[in-house]
Design a protein around this ligand. Sequence first.
Ligand SMILES: [Fe+2]
Ligand SMILES: [Fe+2]
Length: 288
Amino acid sequence: MSNPPYDLALEEAWEQDLKRRYPETDYDPNGKAKEAFRNYDEPGRDTVREFYRINHEHQTYAFVLGKKAEFRPGAHGRRSIWESMEFLNTLVDDSDPDTEMSQIQHLLQTAEGIRKDGHPDWFILTGLIHDLGKVLCLHGEPQWAVVGDTFPVGCAFSDKVVYPEYFAANPDIHCPEYSTEYGVYGPGCGLDQVHLSWGHDEYLFQVVKDFLPEEALYMIRYHSFYAAHRERAYDHLMNDHDRAQFHWVRAFNPYDLYTKSDAPPNVEALRPYYEELIGRYFPAELDW
Ligand SMILES: [Fe+2]
Ligand SMILES: [Fe+2]
């Protein structure tokens, strides 16, 4: 069965919904998001809701383990980082004309925002690549298994996850082993032991894990784990090392959410700087 084409209007609606839930004015890296989940109507809200309904139903423990095996690095060819950026950019081809921001532009705007604030080179590089796992869509994966908030599977779903009511349709809730607070995990076991719902974060982490500092890897692997980095749910599965490293996940988040502007970055002018930066950390080609 083939999947429908990537829906950029849905991606746009989903990003708008993130900003509705986590407005810039509420950003507090040391505290919980204030007034999160405010309730006002917004166009695209129903598509986002429908997106999470399907996502929450199908992201089971078995599904995640299956996708991790299917997308082990190397199973989908070798490409350079820049080639993957260009490959990802083909997602705009069927674009709604209202959705002007290409994938490369989002990556460059995120990286440029980080660069302007004087952060280290690996932080800038993380901004540049953080969404490259979305190439999953170009391998035929449905959007609900690529983007959206992530959350642990194999244990009880937190009601701090967006639209928690849709977990009622997830078959794992009927499995006693998966439905306790700790499920298949132990108290404070550390997130490295925990399987999160499958998507672009985990996929990219697996591809780049040998090449970047640990802080960067936390940002990549957990940037969509809003229930943890914004809502502070799942603290019971984290260890002290995770809690310390989440400082970086929170430091990254505003650049992801709030650097979009109507002035598109000049891709060709920026390319030499970024190609050189990529070369400082990555080999010519990576296993995807
Ligand atoms: Fe992302
Ligand atoms: Fe992003």
